[in-house]
Design a protein around this ligand. Sequence first.
Ligand SMILES: [Zn+2]
Length: 496
Amino acid sequence: MTDPIEREGDVWIARASGTRWRVVCGLEVHAQLRTVTKLFCGCPVEFGAPPNSRTCPVCTGQPGTLPVMNEEALALGVRAALAVGADVAPWSKFDRKNYFYCDIPKNYQISQFDRPYCTGGGIDLPSGRRIRLHRIHLEEDAGKAIHDRGTTTLVDLNRAGTPLIESVTEADVTTPEEAFEYLTALKEILTYAGVSNADMEKGELRCDVNVSVHPEGEGWRTKVEVKNLNSFRNVAAALEHEIVRQIAAYESGDEARFPVQETRLWDADKLVTRSMRSKEAADDYRYFAEPDLPPVTVDEAFLERERALLPELPAARRARYQRELGLSEYDAGVLTADRGVADFFEATARLSGRPKDAANWIANEVLRALGDDEFAATTVDELPVRPHDLSELIALVTGGTIHTKAGRQVIREMLATGEPAGEVVARLGLEQVEDEGQLEAWCRDALVGKDAIAEDVRAGKDKALGALIGPVMQASGGKANPQKVREILKRLILEG
Ligand SMILES: [Zn+2]
């Protein structure tokens, strides 16, 4: 079947009817806060510990226990709010969200319902569009239900009670690409601010989308929630699929097929969404104020403290690198995608005094090492090369001791062994040959039988020298100073 729906930017056009469809989408993101302990008890937050080994009577919901709020979780939540320019409520409260499932031992989740600690704010995308935030609230995570062998369900409560912030956007997202951009920007902000490690593979960042479609100029229609999106790529793919599915359903004219308010799961193997359950309305959860916790209060001093801990955020750094250091938009983007890399770059730029060289070496060599199994490092901090090591290499190259090509060999050795640049250069004998006599001998050899080229050079075609420099470099094992070689060749030809 050929696809009857075509896309033009943020409009989807049904070929048969000619109807132009628009998309309305909101994103809900759960981010795990980077605390040492859980939200309402002293159990450690730890990924990968043996099942049920990080639990206590509070987070397993034993009768008679009382929750006590973790101040650090509130601090990180407030910092996240400040990072996205949101308003922090001086007074908010916790509520019980009641539902029954084996991974939620109290039969309710402590969350925030009608008085979240944070409202408003937003994130500006690189494309220039702004995605507004509706709210952010604090809540505890559930445990994990593991459906084993199809017959048994095992429950691990290590995750139960882990602090989360749930951020909810306004329905400002209009394409799958915007959803991807938003999530990328949000993750950058949360990791820069030290609020969350936001590692999706560990479930530290989880995303649900709400999506509906409507003909251009008409009112919004039924929204459908899609869950089980464990990568940003999956979010975009699921949205793409769900948009087309909904439009095709409306275009069929068959009301029985029209989208209903429900939750659907993304099947990343089959690339489809499947109906999971009809969506609960808020009153199905019988929310009521949590009687065991006092209201959450945040005063000016608390806000000031967190504001002072906010680092310069990625968008601001990108702009500064372009404005003050003369980097391209692309390089600024590459260097700021991760805070560790950005800090590494800034230190190298400062120590070497050559920001553009620092950017090139990091973007071309250091980041490549991070993606390479050979070096066994996943973050820049795990590499044996530190900013002062790299600035030493930059000085050797810019000072003419070695040339750029040899520099690449040196940095790879440095990344593999942690050996300082100067030692690698000495060990491998990579210093450029500066000796005039030796250079001239190589040049004379290269000129043998190359009268036509010499003739061109004499006629003013300096470009022709290139064909002679290569053989000299080869004869020198790459160690001749190419600038000097060029000068000597020219002199010999003009003299000769
Ligand atoms: Zn506990």
